[in-house]
Design a protein around this ligand. Structure first.
Ligand code: PLP
Length: 381
């Protein structure tokens, strides 16, 4: 890729329209963020020099964490070098050997890796399956070593982790029900709002806001790299949680701090998302999403979550093609016709569920969305 991220990309010297980015609000190349980054370079230089716990905790961090906490309406926020590092570090800080982590089957790799590294016992429920989740919470914990089923009372801490908007399917977790279950059985709940932060809820905080359950979630993960257009991850929660992470999260402690330019740009991005202009940008995104969904529907092409009422949308529209070869073929055809949509295949998604993961951003035009739909429906014939 040559040139900045945006609806138009230069790929190997060819200009194509990009429908594969997570830059949902079109902030990655926004002048406001560019200015904030440039000013921070003038003031703080390029590299952070060390871990935040040594001498890398440059001034923009305090501002970003205060702003993230205000944005999310939480007492505290801790910034990590990526969303991946935030998930791995937080799970490892919260649970360890003798504890249990319960995961949705379709959770992001960073959640799975964090759970594995933590040393806790792993339990997985089929995607969105509340009955199975309840069964897991209710019973047992069966030791993978001895095979002995242990009552929950002796099973250490139990942490449930789910994405709120799933990254490859674009559907939503039944979060209200999950909150009720975790409260009923005394577990902790950590949610990953990577694809909802900046997009969902009145204040664009995420799905937990939209469903009114923010105060009942123990740890909220977000990333600065998607709708916020920068890089880095963050965790929001209580002050006690923040204190624990600073002392225990290895991916925070043993990794060099983010460059100050990125931290300052992220600060500007959070400010933008909280503003009226951010609200407008978000509405533009949903208009494009609706155009894409309506277009695909009238072309007779089903997206994975069949009925998507207006209230259950996300910016991710999966066109499941099945076979990996078929998905690659469609992706190649699209490229020839001027569109960039890489095929998503196993092991990112299940075998036989290869797909084009279409994402629109607020910076796309209606015409661009229209020409994608037209091209897809021609391929579908
Ligand atoms: C992208 C993503 C991450 C990782 O975030 P990065 O900032 O890219 O490291 C974590 N969780 C989910 C659900 C994601 O989609």
């Amino acid at each position: 890729m040559d040139g900045p991220q945006g609806p138009r990309l230069r790929v190997d010297g060819r200009e194509v329209i990009n429908f594969s980015s997570n830059d949902y609000l079109g902030l990655a190349n926004d002048p406001v963020l560019r200015d904030a980054a440039a000013r921070a370079i003038e003031r703080h230089g390029v590299g952070a020099g060390a871990s935040r716990l040594v001498c890398g905790n440059l001034a923009p961090y305090a501002e970003l964490e205060a702003r993230l906490a205000a944005f999310k309406g939480k007492p505290a926020a801790v910034v990590f070098s990526s969303g991946y590092a935030a998930n791995v570090g937080t799970i490892g800080a919260l649970v360890g050997r003798g504890d249990t982590v319960i995961l949705d089957k379709l959770n992001h790799a960073s959640i799975i890796d964090g759970a594995r590294q933590s040393g806790a016992t792993l339990r997985v429920y089929p995607h969105g399956d509340l009955n199975k989740l309840e069964k897991l919470l209710k019973s047992f914990v069966r030791s993978p070593v001895t095979g002995v089923t242990q009552h929950r009372k002796n099973a250490g801490r139990v942490l449930v982790v789910t994405e709120t908007v799933f990254s490859m399917d674009g559907d939503r977790a039944p979060l209200r029900e999950i909150v009720e279950l975790k409260e009923r059985y005394g577990a902790w709940l950590m949610i990953d709002e990577a694809h909802a932060t900046g997009l969902l809820g009145q204040r664009r905080r995420g799905l937990a806001e939209e469903l009114g359950v923010e105060d009942r979630v123990d740890a909220t993960i977000g990333t600065l790299s998607k709708a916020l257009g920068c890089a880095g991850g963050f965790v929001c929660g209580s002050r006690a949680l923040a204190g624990l992470l600073i002392n225990r999260a290895r991916s925070l402690i043993y990794s060099t701090a983010l460059p100050p330019a990125i931290v300052a740009a992220a600060c500007a991005a959070v400010e933008f998302v909280m503003s009226d202009a951010g609200g407008q940008r978000c509405r533009a995104l949903w208009e494009r999403v609706n155009e894409l969904l309506r277009g695909l529907e009238s072309a007779g092409m089903a997206v994975a979550s069949p009925a998507r009422p207006q209230t259950a949308r996300s910016a991710i529209v999966p066109l499941v093609l099945g076979d990996a070869a078929r998905a690659v073929e469609w992706s190649d055809e699209l490229f020839k016709r001027g569109f960039f949509v890489p095929a998503i295949r196993y092991p990112t998604v299940a075998r036989g569920a290869a797909r084009l993961r279409l994402t629109v951003t607020a910076s796309h035009t209606s015409e661009q969305v229209g020409s994608l739909v037209e091209t897809l429906s021609r391929l579908n014939r």
